[in-house]
Design a protein around this ligand. Structure first.
Ligand code: NAP
Length: 341
């Protein structure tokens, strides 16, 4: 068996000179920097296939770490929604060829710098879409039906004293989506199944969608009962949910954010909830994670999640496999599976 496997490998190498680059030894010598702890399986896979460096193992500055570990041996960075690849990190890695992000969002990567320096960028789209869309629906139900509050009501024995009270119906509500991309579209499909009318705001109208398009987010917020943020975080969309949008959504409106914390002006969100100018909120993401505004913790009309949109075993494994496949493709001079740049 061993002999025949060896012979097959040799024949394949002769056929494809690139295969030599993906043989164990070649890949193992490639320095890959992981920026912070992520999915354990991803870390194991990176360790198996590459020469893995862990940025968080360094107690001093990035510069010190890179001096000790010879920044010039690192050819790839694997970052995530917490620590990506900013201008400082990119500048410290003279041999950097690719940033393979364990996320679909690119807001923690200095894309302009990457473009300038000819550094490739890949992310993990599609494989996480269903999970994030599922969580958005979960947050809507959580807020409107008071699932967390009523669960606590049962656990602390209050049901014995009195009924929980009435919640609010989800089916048939009007849903507005900010950013009709992969996740936004998946949310729309799910909400349709609940008999909801769907409308959206994006930079352009989508020919594939029959949903009502608004070219102005205030008009969208005015017209819907549930507003869901599902767009990319860019300079344009930072604080896209401001006081005006919140007031347009109104005291019966619900805000769901599964995008990024910085999409929402959190100070405005908190005061609107405290003053009753907004009906409720379901949040997976926050401006200063893992910090969550203290005032939100006591509110029964708010459901809070610790940025877990894509955090299922199935999806995390699929995202990790995609990161590894992108790195292997790059270093064997093949096309990236999910290229950004
Ligand atoms: P996508 O397919 O690229 O969709 C992004 C959408 O953002 C596009 O439809 C784009 O629409 C819209 N957009 C960009 N700039 C905009 C602007 N200035 N105004 C309005 N809309 C704008 O990405 P995706 O896979 O759906 O992911 C979307 C985002 O979800 C990611 O960027 C990430 O931040 C977030 N996310 C969160 C979690 C979580 O755990 N909570 C997990 C995964 C992803 P137009 O081009 O038409 O404007």
């Amino acid at each position: 068996m061993e002999t025949s496997h060896h012979t097959t490998q040799q024949t394949e190498k002769e056929k494809d000179p690139n295969l030599e680059k993906i043989s164990g030894i070649e890949m193992k010598s490639i320095g890959v920097l992981m920026t912070c702890p992520m999915h354990k399986y991803l870390e194991q896979q990176l360790e198996t296939h590459f020469n893995l460096f862990r940025l968080w193992h360094c107690n001093s500055s990035i510069t010190e770490f890179l001096k000790t570990h010879q920044g010039n041996t690192i050819r790839a960075v694997v970052g995530n929604t917490e620590i990506g690849a900013d201008a400082e990190l990119i500048a410290s890695l003279p041999s950097l060829e690719i940033v393979a992000s364990y996320s679909v969002g690119l807001d923690k990567i200095d894309l302009r710098k990457c473009e300038e320096k000819g550094i490739r960028v890949a992310n993990t789209p599609d494989v996480l879409t269903d999970d994030v869309a599922d969580l958005a629906i979960g947050l809507i139900l959580g807020v409107l039906r008071g699932i967390c509050a009523s669960d606590a009501y049962v656990r602390i024995g209050k049901w014995k004293d009195a009924d929980f009270g009435l919640a609010t119906k989800f089916s048939g509500k009007s849903v507005g989506i900010v950013g009709l991309g992969r996740i936004g579209t998946a949310i729309a499909k799910r909400a349709e199944a609940f008999g909801c009318s769907i409308s959206y705001f994006s930079r352009s109208q989508k020919p594939f969608a029959s949903y009502k398009f608004y070219s102005n987010i205030i008009d969208l917020a005015t017209s819907c009962q549930i507003l869901i943020v599902a767009c990319a975080l860019t300079e344009e969309t930072r604080h896209i949910i401001n006081r005006e949008v919140i007031d347009a959504l109104g005291p019966k409106g619900i805000l769901i954010n599964i995008g990024r914390g910085a999409h929402v002006d959190e100070t405005e969100l908190v005061s609107a909830l405290l003053e009753g100018r907004l009906g409720g909120a379901g949040l997976d993401v926050y401006e200063n994670e893992p910090e969550v505004p203290e005032e939100l913790l006591g509110l029964g009309n708010v459901v809070l999640q610790p940025h877990v949109g894509s955090d299922t075993v199935e999806t995390s494994d699929a995202m990790a496999d995609l990161v590894i496949s992108n790195l292997k493709a790059h270093f064997s001079k093949k096309s990236l599976l999910t290229p950004v740049i």
